[in-house]
Design a protein around this ligand. Structure first.
Ligand code: GS8
Length: 218
């Protein structure tokens, strides 16, 4: 492993997308190693023996795991430009709170939409409630932290690639229900760091449909 920065990841993973965005914000070059999760590489198992999940950032041979922890690490190590977390302790705590909220809510509920048909209506309702809360927190600010793109934006924007999937499975429209959130997402997409890191939303839908088929068969 000759490169100083290596990323074990997957293109459509929202967790991995966070890390690609943070690296792009800091203009850090990295060696990309895409994993096949049905046949995890010995390197992934060695670098993340506890969770055995992507993303893993390997910096100078040492692994850092868990996407938001990786984003904080990147922000601290490459602190010469584009700060992601605010400098005030209260605002840092506030940003971490929202990062944690996004982690605890979106993926687990979104996953219920495609993993189980039993609670489809309840999952859909809950997902809409979560996005309502997130739109409320954004308010009229351009970005979650205020005037500049930051930590909470990095945590949430990868899910923009899932909006189409959520709409198809949940039978609602983001544009109609959450216009501020859609404008925010489009604003974020104007940044190259974001647009080049996000997976195509139709590709995400294809992957989710495949997963749904498999889960129904099993
Ligand atoms: C979640 C990573 C994750 O779920 C983070 O990094 O923030 N809390 C972690 N990774 C998935 C792929 S994304 O769907 C993964 O690696 N799954 C493989 C497995 O669990 O075996």
């Amino acid at each position: 492993m000759a490169s100083e920065v290596v990323l074990l990841h997957l293109l459509h993973s929202p967790f991995a997308t966070r890390v690609r965005i943070a690296l792009a914000e800091k203009e850090v070059e990295f060696e990309s190693r895409e994993e096949d999760l049905s046949n995890k590489s010995p390197l992934l198992l060695k670098m993340n023996p506890v969770n055995k999940q992507i993303p893993v950032l390997i910096h100078k041979g040492k692994p850092i795991c868990e996407s938001l922890i990786i984003v904080e690490y990147i922000d601290e190590v490459w602190n010469h430009k584009s700060p992601l977390l605010p400098s005030h302790p209260y605002l840092r705590a506030h940003a971490r709170f929202w990062g944690d909220y996004i982690d605890k809510k979106i993926y687990p509920i979104g996953r219920m939409l495609w993993a189980s048909s039993d609670h489809e209506e309840a999952s859909k309702k809950e997902l809409i409630e979560i996005f309502k809360v997130l739109e409320g927190e954004l308010g009229d600010k351009p970005y979650y932290g205020g005037d500049t793109f930051g930590f909470v934006d990095v945590a949430l924007i990868p899910y923009y690639a899932f909006f189409h999937t959520f709409e198809m499975l949940g039978n609602f429209s983001f544009e109609a229900e959450f216009p501020k959130l859609v404008s925010w997402a489009k604003r974020c997409m104007q940044k190259t760091s974001v647009s080049k890191s996000l997976c195509d939303q139709h590709k995400v839908y294809e992957v989710v449909l495949e997963l749904k088929k498999k889960l129904v068969v099993e």
